[in-house]
Write a protein that binds this ligand. Structure first.
Ligand code: SF4
Length: 393
């Protein structure tokens, strides 16, 4: 265990790192004891947490187990050539770590998650296990109606299991709380664009990960505290690093050591896809008179561009170009999990768009339990150096 830092922001991050790596989920247990509510796990990357919150259900983000646990039984459930996150998630289920959860939600993002949801139902037949289908048609009369129906069905089943009935009033209040959370995440991302030395990505990542396993009200307080501390911290000084956009790491998360290695290699990561559930909806949601309709509409019209969503051929990659410009990034790092079909099949189309825009890029892959970063560090370092030497920015 690292000694507690004397820098208050760094010390806060150390606490948060211990929290997200604690697979006994202490804050979830405390919340359940205090409120008597249900705690439901969810897989990446898009879940309407507002709806759960309105029903007094604690949404708990489960993104595998990184490099923290040894896979003993999880490998037996999956073929070799797929990503790592389902193995470590099933391992967490089998070793009892997820016993404090009353169920799991599996959003429809790829076949691996679909298969995992089936396996979950077989392994844990008494628990709530929900495959949340999402539309790939964005017409409100088609995809909108479909998604609304899916959400209502899920709410009905949660209520049957003891959750509070869903009301418009409660949902409006929950949307407002998540709007506050979204605004703070955006503030952190904006500050990093402006002064990346104040908000290292390795720290931001820790905050976002810890935010998955605590009530949203606590995550808001922690982010606010961190923002206040780093804004006041005069010891954080700019360095001559290359500004890059990190894309592809939206589901299985890279180990923290990999992010630190990229930063040490000379990269300022000024925008990314990490822990994307916090930014899946890009702007504030106006709850209006029909808050469920507002949630559905936000999904249809204001979600991030993602390889897991249908996007017209001619438009693929345009949002990455725009994000590169908005973040004043000088290059793009494609950093995807090994065997992640959505990320890796999308990459050539995005590359086409960014090459057309004259943006330099490089690509590498990882697994959540990767322990060796030297090769990636050298590649990222060379990329950062070449940007600094030849980009003329
Ligand atoms: S890492 Fe990729 S392939 Fe694996 S579950 Fe996530 S989206 Fe699917």
């Amino acid at each position: 265990m690292t000694d507690k830092s004397s820098n208050p922001a760094t010390a806060l991050i150390q606490e948060q790192e211990a929290l997200y790596r604690d697979y006994s989920f202490p804050e979830v247990q405390k919340w359940k004891a205090r409120t008597g509510g249900l705690a439901i796990g969810f897989m990446p990357i898009q879940i309407p947490r507002e709806l759960l919150h309105a029903m007094n259900v604690l949404p708990v983000g489960i993104v595998g187990a990184g490099d923290d646990i040894e896979i003993i039984r999880g490998d037996a459930y999956f073929q070799s050539y797929i990503c790592h996150i389902p193995r470590s998630t099933i391992e967490l289920g089998l070793n009892g770590s997820l016993d404090c959860l009353d169920g799991m939600i599996f959003p429809a993002i790829c076949d691996v998650i679909r298969n995992l949801s089936g396996m979950w139902k077989l392994q844990f037949p008494d628990k709530f296990s929900w495959y949340l289908d999402v539309p790939q048609d964005f017409d409100p009369e088609i995809g909108g109606q479909f998604y609304r129906h899916e959400l209502k069905e899920m709410a009905k089943e949660l209520e049957r299991r003891g959750a509070r009935p869903l009301t418009d009033e409660a949902l409006k209040a929950s949307i407002e709380i998540y709007n506050k959370h979204r605004a703070l995440v955006k503030e952190l991302y904006d500050l990093r664009i402006k002064e990346p030395w104040k908000v290292p990505t390795a720290e931001l990542y820790v905050l976002l990960r810890a935010g998955l396993v605590v009530p949203v009200e606590d995550a808001i307080q922690t982010m606010q505290r961190y923002l206040d501390l780093v804004r006041a911290d005069e010891t954080r000084k700019p360095m001559d690093q290359a500004r890059v956009l990190l894309v592809g790491s939206f589901c299985e998360q890279p180990p923290l050591g990999l992010i630190r290695s990229l930063e040490r290699a000379g990269c300022y990561i000024v925008d990314d896809d990490l822990v994307q559930v916090h930014r899946w909806i890009k702007h504030e949601i106006a709850p209006g008179d029909d808050p469920l309709g507002a949630l559905v509409n936000a999904f249809l019209t204001d979600s991030v561009e993602s390889p897991t969503r249908y996007i017209d051929e001619g438009e693929r990659g345009q949002e990455i170009v725009k994000r590169t410009e908005d973040a004043v990034a000088e290059g793009v790092l494609f950093c995807a999990p090994s065997f992640c079909d959505p990320a890796l099949l999308d990459q050539p189309m995005t590359v086409k768009a960014i090459e057309k825009a004259g943006i330099p890029w490089t690509a590498f892959k990882y697994s959540e339990d990767t322990g060796q970063f030297q090769v990636i560090r050298e590649q990222a370092g060379t990329f950062a150096d070449s940007i600094k030497l030849w980009s003329g920015v």
